[in-house]
Write a protein that binds this ligand. Sequence first.
Ligand code: ADP
Ligand code: ASP
Ligand code: MG
Length: 447
Amino acid sequence: MIVMKFGGTSVESAAALERVTGIVKSRLHRKPVVVVSAMGKTTNRLLKIANLAVSGQREEALRELVALRDFHLRESGMERTVEEHFQELTELVKGLAVLGELTPRSIDAISSFGERLSSLIVTNFFNHHGLNAVHVDARKLIVTDRRHTQAVPLFDVTYAKLAAVIPPLAEHRVVVMGGFIGATEDGITTTLGRGGSDFTASIAGAGIGAEEIQIWTDVDGMLTADPTVCPDAHRVKVISFTEAAELAYFGAKVLHPATVLPAIDRNIPVLILNSRRPQVEGTRILSEGVASTNAVKSIACKSKVMVLNIRSTRMFMAHGFMRRIFEIFDRYETSVDMVATSEVSVSLTVDETGRLEGILGELREFSEVWVDENQAIICMVGENIRRTPGVAARIFNALGSINVRMVSQGASALNLGFVVAGEDLTAAVQALHREFFTELDPAVFDA
Ligand code: ADP
Ligand code: ASP
Ligand code: MG
């Protein structure tokens, strides 16, 4: 068995579904289990509708809902299924408009519809185009905790269910399930966080002991930089699990950060492939690193980051200062990406968050805090970084006059990260890319 996950753009239209059908057919002998995302930008559109509904724009929300229904009708031709789902959605949206409040639980109820629909649509499409497909509701298999919008699977129960249900079905049919969604033990719908279909694919792969997990997307694989920032990025042919996880964590959206964990646990290779160019061999993510003459494998970046500079109001860092700081972030369930300290102060980065006011209020009870908004993290990743002298010098040299606000190296041994102003991000990444990826090791990169 293999798991094949197709992302939003890979299932965005009838034409895209045709490509997917061809790709699955060519791998039928490997007993594919197909995991699909919502079609195109459906998740974004559903979240927008929910926000409109609770902010007094009920009519606009309902209009957007009709447009989204028409899109699904047009691309799938599944009148009854689409109508039924949108009737339920309309009731939900009207209910939200009355309540005027959006809870994480209702966000999940709404955003789950994208994958609930796409998985039924893909199953139906397969069955009409020469494949024998069967749909399973991911919410019956992926059992999670109650942390709505960021739910974490209860692995033991989930793996047991996957192992019991999927292999017998996959013996003679193509199993299709939605990514991203799950349910609590008492059956309330949850989601695994944005981009979570990759995670579903990896969980499913681990649960059924798949021989491979394939992530089909809209680029040729893991690239040497985010192609929207650096259009001349090259494909990385092989990368280690740890490097891939680090890249995902620091912004390489091509892979959800939690994706590789279940795969590592069971030593299952993960492949990233392009559904528009299936002949390209993609990126292979392996448990072992591959030696390379390039110190850096890829540059990840993340914009819309805030730097908090926190200074102890006493003249030195009393013991317990760090603990107090991190307890606050813990209580606000806000994760910190990068930290740097000096004698009396701590700088740290967080993604832009609605919880900032509460966090600042508590920090200011025992410290002075300055906030720099619109910052960006750039993270150079590669297992050779620690072994290669002179990498830092090359980085700072390439950055020239671009101001570096914060630096971090050492924590993971395979990354060197730093913060620049948001407006410098593109120039910085492009300069670094020129410095580190002009000469390429052909064993690792597609030149
Ligand atoms: P999908 O809908 O298939 O899950 P995503 O949009 O979530 O696809 O992820 C693919 C996108 O990730 C690419 O189109 C690309 O813009 C972005 N991306 C960011 N960093 C990288 C990187 N290092 N390599 C490849 N793609 C990247
Ligand atoms: N549809 C979900 C999202 O857009 C999950 C995914 O595509 O991975 O976040
Ligand atoms: Mg994705």
